[in-house]
Design a protein around this ligand. Structure first.
Ligand code: CA
Length: 233
């Protein structure tokens, strides 16, 4: 069984925590970062984790990347329907990053700018691509990663779950290795703490989730911050 650490924090600036997370047995992890006025962001991210949990509970494991993507598509439909029925929820949406482990296989599906990282042999690798405007500029060579991290438009997403009917879910799988450590997190961590510091904390902290949140708060805690850390024995 994987060792699991998880934590979420409202941060130092925001009034509400619009992030949601869930750990689903067996060994499946979800983070979601909601957006939208009033409490709509919370509604969207909570709905995402609920829909994923319910869908997976009715689907025999292992949950490969296609099943995880199906869960995200279903959540997209349900959040969109709710938003259409309630004016206060208009325009709400959420990111979705899901990792499911089965034996030596890891499956993931993803929409938005929350992230999945893999720490293997002391090297931290981002497994997901941000669906953000600035990431598009980075890929075109118009911005460096460091410029993107502090760019005024860094919060602008090119897609999210629950906003429009058509979404493109990134999905993939890979083989795990003994000692692998996985991190799922919202941008409240990655906008505040750089990858080198994240890697350092993952390798040294006895309670890595709490330590990552603490690092984000110490760096300013401008956003809600959510992390799940899972280790393969
Ligand atoms: Ca956020």
């Amino acid at each position: 069984m994987a060792k699991i650490f998880k934590a979420t924090h409202v941060g130092k600036v925001r009034q509400n925590n619009e992030d949601s997370l869930i750990v689903i047995e067996p060994e499946t992890f979800v983070v979601a970062d909601g957006m939208g006025g009033a409490s709509a962001g919370e509604v969207a991210s909570q709905m995402l984790v609920e829909v994923v949990k319910n869908f997976l509970s009715e689907t025999p494991a292992p949950w490969d990347e296609n099943i995880l993507a199906k869960a995200i598509h279903l959540a997209n439909e349900k959040i969109l329907n709710l938003a259409r029925q309630n004016e206060e929820y208009n325009g709400m949406g959420t990111t979705a990053t899901i990792l499911s482990l089965d034996g030596t296989q890891a499956y993931f599906a993803h929409v938005g700018d929350s992230r999945l990282y893999l720490l293997r042999n002391k090297v931290l690798k981002q497994m997901t691509e941000d669906h953000s405007y600035v990431e598009t500029l980075v890929r075109r060579g118009e911005l460096t990663e460091e410029e993107a991290r502090i760019h005024p438009m860094k919060n602008v997403l090119i897609q999210a779950v629950g906003v429009i009917p058509e979404i493109f879910v990134d999905m993939s799988n890979f083989t795990t290795a003994k000692g692998d450590l996985f991190l799922l997190c919202t941008d409240g961590l990655t906008n505040m703490v750089d990858d080198a510091t994240i890697a350092e904390i993952l390798q040294t902290a006895s309670e890595p989730a709490d330590a990552l949140i603490e690092a984000a708060l110490q760096a300013g805690g401008k956003d809600n911050v959510t992390v799940i850390v899972a280790g393969v024995d």
